[in-house]
Design a protein around this ligand. Sequence first.
Ligand code: NAD
Length: 414
Amino acid sequence: MNNPFKVALTNLEMAGKAGGIKQEIINLLSVPQRQIETNIPLKLDSGEIKLVRGYRVQYNNWRGPYKGGLRYHPEVDLDEVKALAFWMTIKNAVINVPFGGAKGGIEIDPKKLSQKELERLTRTFARKLAPNVGPNVDVPAPDVNTNSQTMDWFASEFSKVIGKSTPAVVTGKSIPNGGSEGRIEATGLGGFFVLEELVKKLKLKTPLRVAVQGFGNVGYHIAKLLQEAGYRVVALSDSKGGIYNKDGQGFDVEDVKNYKEKNGSISEYRPSKNTVKIANKGMPLLQVDIFIPAALENVLTEENAPHISAKVILEMANGPTTDKADQILDKRKILVVPDVLANAGGVTVSYYEWYQNMKNQMWSKKQVNAKLKKAMVNSFEEIWEICRTKKISLRLAAYILALQRLSKEATLLS
Ligand code: NAD
């Protein structure tokens, strides 16, 4: 199994060299500033107490408070959280929000817990992290298997601990609890804006066929936006497996979502006999124009990269491409839109949410989406320019842009 933190450091070293970044900056960015490991006593509904492992890695805060999501998953470990925290540092610099990078997680399968157990787990985790988080220190957000409810519990518990209502301690909250309009769909919408720019630059012929792996918050929203814009979403999957529309017409994404809500998974969805089952490992190999990983890491590997037929890969998941796969895709001229740009819409609107909380403001969805579009298109243009002038991949270009911005702040701190 590829260690995602090693992949992250390989990208850092390569970008440092390609961008002429000082080695001392690269050295400082090769290690997290602080990592918290904690054992959380979880009281189950049966009354039994179970110890579960929680992490928060505060990677770097040169550009502002640490910022990054909380993931609940049985395979969460320190190396994964470190990699995700590093990517947040790069991403926040790419999209130019005044935040550093962090990530957290709990090694648990939340699908096996009741709502009450999940609430107790989140509240205990919030109490454990309370001395080390806060609106000007570290601001968590949702990630895999966490959502606005998780964030509402976290903000409520933190506020109790410090004796003051503090919604800005987390983002991705529900709207009545201080969330922002547009946050839920922000990651998908941000990726959509970038893809639209790229399709224009590459003059790709429409209608384009798309496969989306992962049908959670990010996967559902981007699939829906793409279908509405005329793309054909011909394959979708979740953790139980995938579905492929053989006639190439594409799915009605809202109908798939309704099916998932009723049945727990999309894998048995069969609107017509042209829809067939497909294993998750077959998803990247489908005959499509665009492949969108929107689930977990290490999906594109040296084994499948030589056989991919998509022209564009839009990395909505964090770290879906191993470094070896990246080199193969680059050689094969398959354009990879890196995670640190493609999925930066979420943290961008998280920044807007935090800003509204800090200034006691409420913006409309129209205002939020207009600002998001500007931020995504600006970063894309900057990265495109570096990519074309230096003749390097979009990932290296994005890292160089981020490292230039991080270097400026590091100089101010010395
Ligand atoms: P989510 O929990 O809402 O959805 C995850 C989806 O992936 C689910 O449909 C799940 O069934 C599916 N999945 C899990 N394992 C799978 C596997 N092995 N194969 C195929 N599908 C699988 O999570 P999310 O918030 O949509 O996050 C998805 C990805 O996007 C993650 O990499 C996350 O770090 C990244 N991301 C999320 C946000 C955000 O705002 N939520 C922002 C930036 C990046």
